[in-house]
Design a protein around this ligand. Structure first.
Ligand code: NAP
Length: 291
């Protein structure tokens, strides 16, 4: 007999689809919902139920996960009509994996717990590949007992789970990590751009970086694709810009000057303004390089 708890998943974007797929493969009974319903079809084909509203997912599942774009969407699925909050009753468990700011996390945590529900934030580090392979790093915070309860599901999704304390700490950690990643991406773009304009071969630049102390999996993964002009989205640029912007906001809040993050934010903003928001975040290369 299958004793696995039923899992709801809200948001069938790049990350949600990959994670829900793994949970189905691991034998959890999964119910999915997405604002644009057609994106639920791949999971239906894998055996998931498809719900009409977030409320229905929460009402029918033991635990509900969500992974949507940004603070606006995270709030919309919770507070909107037939949203998560409408389905929360005593003991209902809600885990939000979206990358948002701490104010958003705390607002959602307060609303869920005020209705008798239980809340955990769990933004993830790692992109489409790690999500498909169960290699994410999970940055959880909120109710620690809930983290322990959902750890069997986190074990299907990730290679390591951190518990960071009160709700909001996961968002802070995620923004710090993605800010560093965004700055590093723009640094690689500038290096490739100036090097090639100075007559060096792009592949040689990547090979030299690879052999030294600044080698990184991200440079190894993204560099060759950038030179080939392959910007198919694993991590959409619009989300990277959102993360650097929210990190700059965090710097404002705590009084930390962040000139590099601010500069990276401007590069991603310019790329977004030129229509690259849905491309991979490495598409900032074309904006940095300029003709
Ligand atoms: P995505 O492919 O762009 O998917 C975004 C999802 O959010 C879609 O399901 C979309 O629904 C939903 N959504 C957007 N606005 C909404 C609204 N107002 N109401 C309800 N749903 C809404 O994004 P993703 O790459 O999966 O990323 C999801 C989250 O994970 C983001 O916070 C991102 O920063 C974070 N993250 C992403 C990566 C990555 O590498 N991709 C890695 C770590 C963390 P529709 O289909 O209807 O538009």
């Amino acid at each position: 007999m299958d004793t696995k708890p039923s899992v709801g998943y809200l948001g069938m974007g790049i990350m949600g689809t990959a994670m829900a797929g793994r949970l189905i493969d691991a034998g959890f009974p999964v119910t999915v919902w997405n604002r644009s319903k057609d994106k639920c079809e791949p999971m239906r084909a894998k055996g998931a139920k498809v719900a009409d509203t977030p409320q229905e997912v929460v009402e029918t599942c033991d635990v509900t996960f969500a992974c949507t774009s940004d603070p606006t969407s995270a709030r919309a699925v919770v507070f909107g009509q037939n949203g998560v909050l409408a389905g929360i009753t005593a003991g209902k468990r809600y885990v939000d994996l979206s990358t948002v700011d701490e104010e958003c996390v705390q607002e959602i945590a307060a609303a869920i717990t005020a209705s008798g529900g239980r809340f955990l934030e769990a933004p993830v580090s790692g992109s489409k590949g790690p999500a498909l392979n169960g290699q994410l790093v999970i940055l959880s915070a909120g109710e620690e007992a809930l983290q322990k309860e959902v750890q069997p599901m986190f074990d299907v999704l990730g290679k390591r789970t951190f518990f960071l304390g009160e709700a909001g700490a996961g968002a802070r950690m995620k923004l710090v990590v993605n800010m560093v990643m965004g700055i590093n991406m723009v640094a690689l773009c500038e290096g490739l751009a100036v090097g090639q304009k100075a007559g060096l071969a792009g592949n040689d630049i990547l090979e030299v970086i690879k052999e030294g102390a600044i080698a990184s999996p991200m440079y190894g993964l993204k560099g060759p694709k950038m030179l080939e002009g392959d910007f198919a989205p694993n991590f959409p640029l619009k989300h990277q810009q959102k993360d650097v912007r929210l990190a700059v906001d965090l710097g404002d809040k705590v009084g930390q000057p962040m000139p590099l993050a601010a500069a990276a934010n401007e590069s991603f903003k310019a790329a977004r303004a030129s229509g690259k928001g849905d491309d991979d975040f490495s598409a900032v290369y074309a904006t940095v390089k300029q003709p």
